[in-house]
Design a protein around this ligand. Structure first.
Ligand code: AMP
Length: 272
């Protein structure tokens, strides 16, 4: 089984990845962990990444893509893996697609843990304050200012991935604000094929956790409904060109459609 877990820092990707490792006997490949190990070892990659990570910015795509390419070739990843923290930009996702295609491999699911950034920030700030009060060691990027940067990096560079995978009809979205057992159950239903896939128009529908299903129009249920409604592409009154951004962008760039060059995320990462 090969999975991607998407979601901002603190959304619970690590918790879910650990659980899935135990349940499905696959390895968790966390680029954050790999980069922290490289920093600790003082390797060339670590030296390149350290300051960037301490600022809460993203390490250049080529660095992480090389790390992942080498890691998924290792014997323990043959049975399957969960990518946690990768891809984080559209160019990384494209590189992963190429990497998997070259090896004749396919992804089984891309699961987004959807969370409210404001609630998340308060939750993480509280956790940092509690850990500091207990005198526990914090990661060097575990402070509220850096965290804001990390959330901004997610919003600007990683959130567009949900559109990328939704367009490929691979995205499944789970309400990451629900209690952990409910999030786990919703993910398991997806992996067991029990949660019906959304139609193309609703490909970013949030999966109901079992408890939300029962609650119906309760807090989470109502929110979920609103979320899927909001994502549903409305019949647009705009002229055709603006409904086909790739073609319009290609036209502006004087290139044929489909070769419009990098999207916003790629341009941003190329600037780094
Ligand atoms: P994480 O533990 O996943 O939150 O990652 C910690 C830090 O490592 C991030 O803030 C980035 O600086 C860096 N990082 C981890 N994964 C990636 C990635 N896929 N692309 C770029 N930078 C990454």
């Amino acid at each position: 089984m090969r999975l991607i877990l998407l979601g901002p820092p603190g959304a619970g990707k690590g918790t879910q990845a650990q659980r899935l490792v135990e349940t499905y006997g696959i390895v968790q490949l966390s680029t954050g962990d790999m980069l922290r190990a490289a920093v600790k070892a003082g390797s060339p990659v670590g030296l390149r990444a350290k300051d960037i990570m301490d600022r809460g910015e993203l390490v250049p795509d080529d660095v992480v893509v090389d790390i992942v390419a080498a890691r998924i070739d290792e014997p323990d990843a043959v049975k399957g893996f969960i990518l946690d923290g990768f891809p984080r930009t559209v160019p990384q996702a494209q590189a992963l697609d190429r990497m998997l295609a070259d090896k004749g491999l396919k992804l089984d699911a891309v699961i987004e843990l959807k969370v409210d950034p404001a609630v998340l920030l308060r939750r993480i700030e509280k956790r940092i304050a509690e850990m500091t009060a207990r005198g526990e060691a914090l990661r060097s990027d575990d402070n509220p200012d850096v965290l804001r940067w990390r959330l901004k990096a997610y919003k600007d560079q990683t959130a567009p991935l949900t559109t990328y995978y939704a367009m490929k009809r691979e995205l499944r979205t789970v309400d990451g604000m629900a209690p952990i057992p409910e999030v786990s159950a919703a993910i398991d239903r997806i992996l067991k094929g029990e949660a019906p896939k959304a139609s193309k128009a609703k490909s970013s529908k949030v999966e109901l956790t079992p408890a939300q299903g029962k609650r119906g129009a309760g807090r989470a249920g109502g929110k979920v409904k609103a979320a899927s409604k909001a994502k549903k592409p409305a019949k647009s009154a705009k002229p055709k060109a603006s409904r086909k951004p790739a073609r319009a962008a290609a036209k502006r760039a004087g290139k044929p459609a489909g070769k419009a060059g990098p999207g916003p995320a790629k341009r941003k990462s190329a600037r780094r």
